[in-house]
Unconditional design. Structure first.
Length: 117
C-alpha cells in the first residue's frame, strides 16, 4: 500500500505562484510515474504533469512554460511549481503515483488551488 499526502494549495491572485508537494510513503517501487492531475468544478479530471523515475517529464499544453514538476527521490516526494497562475488553473489538484509493472495506481486526497482575477 502507498499513501500520498499533498500540501501547498491555497488562494493566490492571478500572476502569482504556488508550490505543491506530495509525499509518498509505503511500498514504493523504483520504476514509477508520479504526477499531478486537476479537476475543476463540472469538469473531468485532467493531467497536469508527470515525471518518471528516469526524470522524463510530460506537461499538459495549458501549463507548459508555467509549471515545473520535480522529484526528490530520496524522500519519495513530488513537487509542482506553478508560476504565472491564471483563474482557469483553479481546481482541486491530485497527486498520483503509478507503478506500471505492478499495475498499481494511487491517489492523494487532493488540495484546492484557487486563482482570483
Amino acid at each position: 500500500q502507498v499513501r500520498l499526502v499533498e500540501s501547498g494549495g491555497g488562494l493566490v491572485q492571478a500572476g502569482g505562484s504556488l508550490r505543491l508537494s506530495c509525499a509518498a510513503t509505503g511500498s514504493i517501487f523504483s520504476i514509477n510515474i508520479m504526477g499531478w492531475y486537476r479537476q475543476a468544478p463540472g469538469k473531468q479530471r485532467e493531467l497536469v504533469a508527470t515525471i518518471t523515475n528516469t526524470r522524463y517529464r510530460n506537461y499538459a499544453n495549458s501549463v507548459k512554460g508555467r509549471f515545473t514538476i520535480s522529484t526528490d527521490n530520496a524522500e519519495n516526494t513530488v513537487y509542482l511549481q506553478m508560476n504565472s497562475l491564471k483563474p482557469e488553473d483553479t481546481a482541486v489538484y491530485f497527486c498520483n503515483i503509478n507503478f506500471p509493472y505492478a499495475k498499481q495506481d494511487y491517489w492523494g486526497q487532493g488540495t484546492q488551488v484557487t486563482v482570483s482575477s
